[in-house]
Design a protein around this ligand. Structure first.
Ligand code: 13P
Length: 239
């Protein structure tokens, strides 16, 4: 599926000094997407000089209103963001976000003009119980927006996030194949064109193997996206 898309998710990391990493990424490549914390989005957009796509890690399901501490999709657009991640497992668990919440966020983000990365993935207990397809299938059914335009799906097994553990390449291929089949069932031929990212302990050392599997269109990278050196090494390994 063409060139791999490498997306960095900085999570709750990054002070203004980290803009140097954004500058170094932008100097080296023009095809990376990075989601810094909200506080750095506008300055990252300026620093990246259109060489990186900068995005948010979440948005509210409404466009404005009395929601103290929240950020809307239009605010992200206004700050220069081009995409938003919704339904990350840390949002689902830390903030109790349901599939319906995630879908509402995805719909509002698309309406605001942002590309949207919808995250799904099973816990270790769910995998051990043999429920990967049931869990991921339910998340897809409930979380995806109504159309594929601007949609990216990320498969992030919860037990692989920040642990250094990854599924086997065969397991990655199996789940990505399942996600592809679900997309085609739901969206018809257009489901073939939706990019599906793998996320969870992607490093320079394992990127080529994981991204070489069928239906893996790129990576959503957490810890290894915090420095230009490691994110660029992942991007180099993937291409
Ligand atoms: P790590 O790459 O740190 O495992 O995080 C993955 C992730 O959650 C990206 O969204």
């Amino acid at each position: 599926m063409g060139n791999a898309l490498i997306v960095g998710n900085w999570k709750m990391n990054g002070l203004s000094a980290a803009l140097g990493e954004i500058a170094a990424m932008a100097a080296a490549r023009d095809d990376l997407w990075v989601a810094p914390p909200f506080t750095l989005i506008a300055s990252a957009v300026t620093t990246a000089q259109s060489r990186l796509r900068i995005g948010g890690q979440d948005c509210h399901a409404k466009l404005s209103g009395a929601h103290t501490g929240c950020v809307s999709a239009t605010m992200l657009v206004d700050a220069g963001a081009g995409f938003v991640i919704v339904g990350h497992s840390e949002r689902r668990s830390d903030n109790g976000e349901s599939d319906a919440d995630v879908r509402a966020k995805a719909m509002v983000a698309r309406a605001a003009g942002l590309d949207v990365i919808v995250c799904v993935g099973e816990t270790e207990a769910q995998r051990d119980a043999g429920n990967v397809e049931a869990v991921v299938g339910k998340q897809l059914a409930g979380s995806l927006p109504d159309a594929v335009d601007g949609l990216v799906v990320a498969y992030e097994p919860v037990w692989a996030i920040g642990t250094g553990r990854t599924p086997t390449p065969d397991d990655v291929a199996a789940v990505h194949g399942f996600i592809r089949a679900q997309l085609v069932t739901r969206f018809g031929a257009a489901g073939q064109g939706v990019r599906i990212l793998y996320g969870g302990s992607v490093k320079p050392e394992n990127a080529a193997l994981l991204l070489g599997q069928p239906n893996v269109g790129g990576a959503l990278v957490g810890g290894a996206s915090l420095t230009a050196a490691s994110l660029l090494a992942i991007a180099a390994a993937a291409s």
